[in-house]
Design a protein around this ligand. Structure first.
Ligand code: NAP
Ligand code: 8YV
Length: 311
């Protein structure tokens, strides 16, 4: 029996790329000129766009298995209009991403990178490193108290922080204060952790007004998507001293990070690695492949995106 034809949309991790190749008749974008009609499934990840044009060019496409919980890289409307199933990888990455958010907050507030540089540059024998702010006892806002946001919140409480949040809807049974808007949340807290999905509904949700409400002693941590923060406004606020600092895992135009950001000392910059542990990436890979296998087997998905059940 012939094996199902699966399109690998780059970039994929080498392990995921190779496993799809071992299990299926794998094709890559360069093969599509002759193989488009054979493709029944796509494996993608957050940096690989699955746009309406690609979907339209694959007449027999039935499933898109995305390696990542966020799926703003996919034209979901185009997929669902064709009855194409779409899956993502929720929950298995909550701990890793929450850890990264905490690491960024601690790194910015305690100046971990600057203090490391101070030691490496041999400046310690001549001077004491300046005192820093402290995370314990501070008030932290979470913009997006979902699966990852709640994992961030429990870690913040363990660190001795007060937590408030903003979602479009209040969350039942959480011990955190609700703020009615991102600006209201930013004005109430010392630091703001952003962990909402990307896409049109959150585009530039963190704008100049939110950054100014956070203020000159405030710190922004973004582990969501670059699109959620107005990046030019963020750079200007940091340069002007209207915002105290930022810890960023995601950017507006990855992998390009503006020189204005890399020139600043009051930022810690990561290359979109929030879920990037061995343990978590293996679990994400397994879930992506399980979704694909399940759909090929009986047309169901382990973890369909919420829009599929809303249909
Ligand atoms: P989730 O469980 O769906 O939580 C998302 C939260 O955001 C929900 O509480 C939702 O509440 C809130 N939200 C959505 N739209 C909003 C809006 N317009 N304004 C205010 N709040 C809004 O998702 P998750 O699993 O925690 O993941 C969140 C996102 O993190 C992903 O979509 C992805 O983009 C990002 N992420 C990044 C990395 C990385 O490597 N940096 C890794 C994993 C995930 P309401 O619906 O009530 O508003
Ligand atoms: C990426 C992410 O998917 O889950 C998400 O939404 O942004 C990340 O976990 C991963 O880095 C690449 O596949």
């Amino acid at each position: 029996m012939s094996r199902p034809t699966i399109l690998r949309v780059p970039p994929l991790s080498p392990q995921l790329h190779d496993t799809v190749g071992e299990r299926y008749d794998a094709v890559d974008p360069a093969d599509l000129a002759t193989r488009a009609a054979d493709v029944v499934g796509i494996v993608s990840s957050n940096a690989g766009r699955v746009g309406g044009d690609l979907i339209a060019s694959l007449p027999n496409l039935g499933v898109i298995a995305n390696h990542g919980v966020g799926y703003d890289n996919i034209d979901v409307s185009a997929a669902l209009a064709r009855g194409i199933a779409v899956s993502n990888t929720p929950e298995v990455l909550d701990d890793a991403v929450a850890e990264t958010a905490i690491a960024l907050l601690l790194a910015v507030r305690r100046e971990v990178v600057l203090a490391d540089r101070f030691v490496r540059e041999g400046r310690w024998p001549d001077a004491q490193y300046p005192l820093t702010a402290q995370v314990a006892g501070s008030h932290v806002g979470i913009l997006g108290l979902g699966r990852i946001g709640q994992a961030v919140a429990t870690r913040l409480v363990a660190l001795g922080c007060t937590v408030s949040y903003h979602n479009r809807h209040r969350v039942d049974d959480v011990p955190y204060a609700y703020a009615a808007s991102p600006v209201e949340l930013a004005a109430a807290v010392d630091s703001l952790v952003v962990v909402v999905p990307g896409g049109a509904s959150t585009d530039a949700l963190v704008d100049r007004e939110v950054l100014d409400a956070l203020g000159p002693d405030g710190v922004l941590v973004n582990v969501a998507r670059g699109s959620v923060v107005d990046q030019p406004a963020l750079v200007a606020a940091l340069q002007d001293g209207r915002l105290g600092g930022a810890g960023l895992d995601v950017y507006a135009d990855e992998p390009n990070v503006p020189a204005e950001l890399t020139a600043l000392d009051n930022v810690v910059l990561l290359p979109h690695v929030a879920s990037g542990t061995h343990l978590t990436r293996a679990a994400m890979r397994d879930l992506t492949l399980a979704n694909l296998a399940s759909w090929l087997d009986d047309g169901t998905l382990r973890t369909p995106i919420p829009e599929m059940s809303a249909q």
